[in-house]
Design a binder for this molecule. Structure first.
Ligand SMILES: Cc1cc2nc3c(=O)[nH]c(=O)nc-3n(C[C@H](O)[C@H](O)[C@H](O)COP(=O)(O)O)c2cc1C
Length: 185
C-alpha cells in the first residue's frame, strides 16, 4: 500500500492545524486504501537551516536532519495541511521543506489549506516551492474558512462539502503517487 504522510504545517501553541490534520487523518484511514500518518513538525523541532551543504548533496551532518529525512523518505505521497500566514505558508514549513531534497522528489502531494481566505494563497506558494523539488501537486484542494469552518475561529466544524473535496484530493494523491512509484524504483 502507498504510504501517505499528512504534514501538519503549523506549530503555534493553540493552533487550529492539529484538529484539521486529525480530521484529514480520520477520514483518510476510513478509506482503507493506503497507510496514512500525521507528521507533526512540532515533533521534529528543526532549527533554522543549519546544514553546511545544500540539501541536494544529501550530505546531512545533523541528527535532526537525518531523523527528518528518514521520516519523509518513508512516504510515497503527501497531504500538506497548511494555514495561511501573511499570504503564504508558515516559515516553519518552509524550513522543513528546505532541509531536504531527494526525499521529496518524484512524489505526489495534495493540500488542505485553511485561514481567513481559505488558505488559497498559502497553498499556491507551497505548490510553487514544491515544483522546484519535483513534487507532483494534484489540482484538487481543500479550502477551509476561518469564518465558516471554525466556530469562533477555533472550534473546527467543517462544512459537509469539505469531506467530498478531501476525497477528491486523496483520490488524486493516490493515483499520482502510485503512478510515480516506478520512476523512483
Ligand atoms: C501570523 C499570522 C498571520 C496570518 N495571516 C493570514 C493571512 O494573511 N491570510 C489569511 O487568510 N489568514 C491569516 N491568518 C489567519 C490564520 O490562517 C488562521 O488563524 C489559522 O487558524 C492559523 O493556523 P494555526 O491556528 O494552525 O496556526 C494569520 C494568522 C497568523 C497567526
Amino acid at each position: 500500500m502507498i504510504r501517505v504522510g499528512i504534514i501538519l504545517g503549523s506549530t503555534r501553541p493553540g493552533r487550529n492545524g492539529e484538529a484539521v490534520a486529525r480530521w484529514v487523518h480520520d477520514l483518510a484511514v476510513k478509506r482503507g486504501d493506503a497507510t496514512y500518518e500525521v507528521v507533526d513538525l512540532a515533533d521534529f523541532e528543526l532549527p533554522h537551516l543549519d546544514e553546511p551543504q545544500a540539501a541536494a548533496s544529501g550530505d546531512y551532518r545533523h541528527e535532526h536532519t537525518r531523523r527528518w529525512a528518514d521520516k519523509i523518505a518513508s512516504f510515497d505521497a503527501f497531504v500538506f495541511v497548511t494555514p495561511e500566514y501573511n499570504h503564504s505558508f508558515p516559515g516553519v514549513l518552509k524550513t522543513a521543506v528546505d532541509f531536504l531534497y531527494a526525499e521529496w522528489g518524484n512524489k505526489a502531494a495534495g493540500f488542505v489549506g485553511y485561514g481567513v481566505d481559505g488558505g488559497v494563497r498559502a497553498v499556491e506558494h507551497l505548490r510553487h516551492v514544491l515544483a522546484m523539488l519535483g513534487v507532483a501537486t494534484v489540482p484538487a484542494q481543500v479550502t477551509l474558512s476561518y469564518w465558516t469552518d471554525f466556530e469562533n475561529g477555533v472550534d473546527f466544524r467543517p462544512a459537509a462539502m469539505h469531506e467530498d473535496r478531501l476525497g477528491m484530493v486523496l483520490d488524486q494523491v493516490l493515483a499520482w503517487g502510485g503512478a510515480l512509484l516506478p520512476l523512483r524504483a
